[in-house]
Design a protein around this ligand. Structure first.
Ligand SMILES: Cc1cc2nc3c(=O)[nH]c(=O)nc-3n(C[C@H](O)[C@H](O)[C@H](O)COP(=O)(O)OP(=O)(O)OC[C@H]3O[C@@H](n4cnc5c(N)ncnc54)[C@H](O)[C@@H]3O)c2cc1C
Length: 324
């Protein structure tokens, strides 16, 4: 029986064929997935994973596609989405399905008068990917409030405590186990006046909407920022103290120095006001994004002697491009 039919036999799983992934990414780029399946049912998700594994078809789990570069040729296997959106608050704790948007979780925390997630206002994407990539902004990241993560490891459902998630800057154990899928997470937060949280979140929303207009086709920051202590000594010496924040130097600092701002390849452009922001003007391709990424990495390597690492994740490039 074809894989599509086997997947369709699973209750509560939606299965689509030949789906343009550009519609599932904020960049608006990428060719079709052979199959795209989604469910908010853990049992259906596990059953789909089992069938896909035995078929040998390539698998990619995605969220909202806000941090993805999908190849123009698409993805020759199954793209799977887990979309459970339940959010429940009890005391200082909030439990969220990994398919809830991070913004819905942020809003729930503010509504409950709980501080810790409100600075994540307007980070696009779903809770699962936010935990996977230890998303953060304004000096805080999601690791500070995660107490427990439930995930499917390909065979069973397991639960990790915060230390077991091995969070670091834009890193977690889940990035090193691409076959593990986060199903839900528990967050423990601190009580705070609801009005103060809402006000802070609104300030952040206004700043972010200016930097990343909601209609902009992009993936946020393309490259990770740099840990100052890991930079070569001669580069450290060139970085003004004012550029080092929480031990990190914005990669934009180095990108600006190599002329990234305004750099354009076809329909892909580096923002005039932010050197670590690449966007699709509407006619761009994934190949052009890759060309720009490679050229910027080359320039930084040549001038400063170290490699920038992408924060974005690649889909459909096989082993030819590395997701860090
Ligand atoms: C305008 C803009 C601004 C941004 N600003 C920030 C920012 O300030 N801070 C920040 O940290 N990020 C930022 N980002 C990046 C992005 O929002 C985050 O990386 C987000 O967590 C991605 O969520 P997603 O659901 O869209 O994931 P996707 O892009 O769909 O996937 C990203 C990765 O997560 C994996 N993944 C998805 N779901 C799961 C799951 N359930 N279990 C395991 N792995 C999973 C995927 O395999 C993939 O490798 C920004 C992006 C944009 C477009």
């Amino acid at each position: 029986m074809p894989l599509s039919d086997r997947l369709r036999s699973i209750p509560n799983l939606t299965v689509l064929e030949n789906v343009p992934l550009a519609a599932y990414t904020r960049f608006g780029l990428g060719g079709p997935a052979a199959l795209l399946a989604e469910t908010s049912d853990e049992v259906a998700f596990a059953a789909a994973r089992q069938i896909i594994a035995t078929s040998g078809a390539p698998l990619e789990v995605i969220g909202e596609g806000s941090n993805l570069i999908v190849a123009d040729s698409g993805f020759p296997g199954v793209v799977l989405r887990y979309i459970a959106t339940t959010i429940t608050a009890e005391g200082n704790t909030i439990h969220a399905g990994s398919g809830a948007t991070l913004q819905a979780l942020v809003d729930a925390s503010i509504h409950a008068g709980l501080a810790g997630l409100h600075t994540m206002t307007r980070i696009p994407g779903l809770v699962g990917a936010a935990v996977y990539g230890n998303a953060g902004a304004y000096g805080h990241s999601i690791q500070e409030s995660v107490t427990e993560v439930r995930f499917f490891d390909g065979a069973t459902i397991r639960t990790f405590t915060n230390p077991e998630c091995e969070f670091r800057y834009r890193e977690s154990v889940f990035k090193r186990h691409k076959d593990w899928t986060i199903l839900s997470a528990r967050f423990t937060l601190q009580p705070a006046p609801q009005h103060d949280l809402a006000q802070k979140a609104e300030e952040i929303r206004a700043i972010r909407d200016e930097k990343y207009p909601p209609t902009m086709k992009c993936a946020g920051s393309i490259f990770k920022n740099l840990l100052f202590h890991r930079l070569p000594a001669d580069v450290q010496a060139q970085v003004p103290a004012s550029k080092v924040r929480e031990g990190k130097v914005p990669s934009a600092h180095f990108l600006e120095a190599v002329g990234a701002k305004g750099f354009t390849i076809g329909g892909i452009r580096n923002a005039d006001y932010h050197a670590n922001l690449i966007y699709n003007t509407g006619t761009g391709t994934a190949a052009e994004v890759c060309q720009m990424v490679d050229e910027l990495k080359r320039r930084v390597r040549e001038r400063f002697g170290f490699d920038l690492e992408e924060e974005v994740q690649y889909v459909g490039f096989g082993n030819t491009r590395q997701s860090y």
